[in-house]
Design a binder for this molecule. Structure first.
Ligand code: G4P
Length: 536
């Protein structure tokens, strides 16, 4: 194996998806604790709190006391380099969260054991399914009164339509959650709680027949534990690696991130099962392996204002092949221009370090003086292409105008910049590109960020009027004349910035009526399918 093959083979790049409050911040931190990147838990949360108190990073974050932005956490663990792509933890997540999943090779779906599958779990799951990436499931908060584990597995299958394969089985639940049975080694991991879960939980191994186990929990819980295992083992199902690799089946782990139960077991199995980076770039339609010496990557995110004193923008580049070296000269496939990558950085939480080398699976932060846009292909040598980053269907819409009429130029420039960065999507009433834009967002917070940035960076005060629509479709078919479609009240015909028509509706059912009235047109889902899938 050459050096590049070794480096690529070591890498595991993933993201955690969850509904807010399921414990993503907590699990992230515990993975860092068990991965040896931090020694005492409580630091990440503390750093976030400190940042929200004193940072000059993004004032909106400070005002709202939330984390809007995402970063990358890299740490070595047992001969591997783990890249955890951290996504914003806030309720009003936006397209950034979706796009970050484009850069991951696998994902961990975190579920609250008392709540099961929640709305944002479903949305994020849909993106993983679309990409067909391998998905792990961690059922968290088992130290609190939880739903029946079998019922939770059923829910994964019935609501998400993914086959759920428990890798371990919980002993007790709530206050009496004491451990998990590992179905691979047939051992029971019995945990001791530590104060606030700040350090690793002491663990003892026991066999299933160990009489001590009975003492740990009440009789009913013990019976349920044994019955559960008998049921699973009796069913004789095996973990299907192929189904996992294609995203059709998920290995399920029970645990509690707060008390550290099951975190190590999860991390170890994760390393065994998670895929290393696969091919992402194409040369004349042919996949380029990640071990190829030709350097390539794509931009999946632009973060503006990481440091408002410099008004900088950082482009997040996922390396896809070859070796990144500081100062290398690359070509941007979109603009055709050559760019020297002089200011490259590692993005660890909100700290930045300059970065010398990186390999497929790693994420490099590039100081971006307007050179890069989301989806850009970056490479050395012959032209390479990537699957396009899909446009995600916005669910929130607002029309926006500049309050100061003199500032129209800056306003237009700001809107164009926000669109290019993917901070919001921009539409116009059909056939009138110069009128007031209508912004679309996956999460409402994107509007606040847009408003804030238009004022802070472009010096334009704006008025946003929220629209009642929540459904968008592309329109296929010929559109001529002033009112080319017969629309019901409440629907609007718009065009995107490339002039392609889209329809906004207030209710999904109204789409059916519009289709009936316009038999020569088709309304198609807004989300573009991924090229990877089309090629496969
Ligand atoms: P998020 O990033 O997904 O939004 O969730 P976060 O980790 O912030 O966790 C949300 C709440 O759930 C926190 O409580 C956290 O302590 C708690 N939590 C996370 N994992 C577990 C677990 O395994 N067991 C239990 N019992 N609780 C868990 P909080 O009250 O909001 O904050 P804090 O005061 O505990 O820090």
């Amino acid at each position: 194996m050459n050096e590049l093959e070794t480096r690529v083979g070591e890498r595991r790049t993933f993201a955690i998806i969850s509904h807010p409050d399921a414990g993503k911040t907590t699990l992230t931190e515990k993975l860092l604790l068990y991965g040896g990147a931090i020694h005492v838990a409580g630091q990440v949360a503390a750093r976030r709190a400190r940042r929200s108190a004193t940072s000059d990073w993004m004032e909106l974050e400070r005002e709202r006391g939330i984390s809007i932005t995402s970063t990358v956490l890299q740490f070595p663990y047992r001969g591997h380099t783990i890249n955890l792509l951290d996504t914003p933890g806030h309720q009003d997540f936006g397209e950034d969260t979706y796009r970050t999943l484009m850069a991951a090779d696998s994902a961990v779906m975190l579920i609250d054991a008392a709540r099961g599958v929640e709305p944002q779990t479903k949305k994020l799951f849909a993106i993983c399914r679309e990409r067909g990436i391998p998905l792990f499931t961690f059922i968290n908060k088992m130290d609190r009164p939880s739903r029946d584990p079998l019922e939770l597995l059923d829910e994964l299958e019935s609501v998400l339509g993914i086959a759920a394969f428990p890798m371990n089985w919980p002993l007790g639940n709530g206050e009496r959650f004491r451990g998990v049975y590992d179905r691979t080694t047939h051992e029971v991991h019995v945990f001791e709680r530590t104060a606030h879960g700040a350090t690793r939980a002491a663990v003892q191994m026991a066999g299933l027949g160990d009489p001590g186990l009975r003492e740990l929990v009440d009789d009913v819980s013990y019976r349920e534990f044994i019955d559960g295992i008998e049921l699973l083992e009796g069913a004789g199902a095996r973990f299907d690696r192929d189904a996992f690799a294609s995203g059709a089946a998920t290995p399920v782990f029970f645990g509690s991130a707060a008390t550290n139960f099951g975190v190590q077991l999860f991390l170890d199995r994760f390393l065994e099962l998670a895929p290393p980076p696969g091919p992402r770039a194409f040369r004349d339609g042919v996949p380029v392996p990640p071990e190829s010496p030709q350097f390539s990557g794509f931009v999946f995110k632009i973060q503006a204002n990481m440091d408002p004193r410099h008004r900088d923008r950082v482009a997040f580049l996922r390396v896809c092949s070859g070796e990144f070296a500081r100062d290398m000269v690359v070509r941007n496939g979109r603009s055709g221009k050559e760019v020297r990558l002089a200011r490259a950085m590692r993005l660890f939480a909100d700290e930045r370090e300059s970065l010398e080398t990186a390999y497929a699976g790693d994420v490099v932060g590039l100081a971006n003086p307007g050179v890069f846009a989301i989806g850009d292909a970056v490479f050395v040598g012959s032209e390479l292409t990537f699957a396009p980053i899909p446009a995600f269907a916005p669910e929130h819409f607002a029309s926006v105008r500049s309050i100061d009429s003199a500032g129209y130029k800056s306003f237009a420039k700001g809107i164009a910049q926000l669109r290019e960065e993917g901070a919001v999507q921009v539409f116009y009433p059909y056939g009138s590109m110069r009128s007031e834009p209508i912004l679309g967002a996956v999460g409402e917070l994107q509007f606040e960020v847009a408003k804030y940035r238009l004022e802070a960076e472009y010096n334009v005060r704006t008025h946003f009027s929220r629209l009642p629509h929540d459904t968008i479709r592309r329109v296929e078919g010929e559109l001529v004349g002033a009112t080319p479609l017969q629309l019901g009240s409440g629907s609007m015909l718009l065009e995107d910035w490339e002039g392609r028509p889209v329809l906004l509706a207030e209710r999904e059912w109204s789409l059916r009526l519009i289709e009936e009235w316009n038999p020569k047109h088709r309304l198609v889902p807004f989300t573009t399918r991924l090229q990877q899938e089309a090629t496969a």
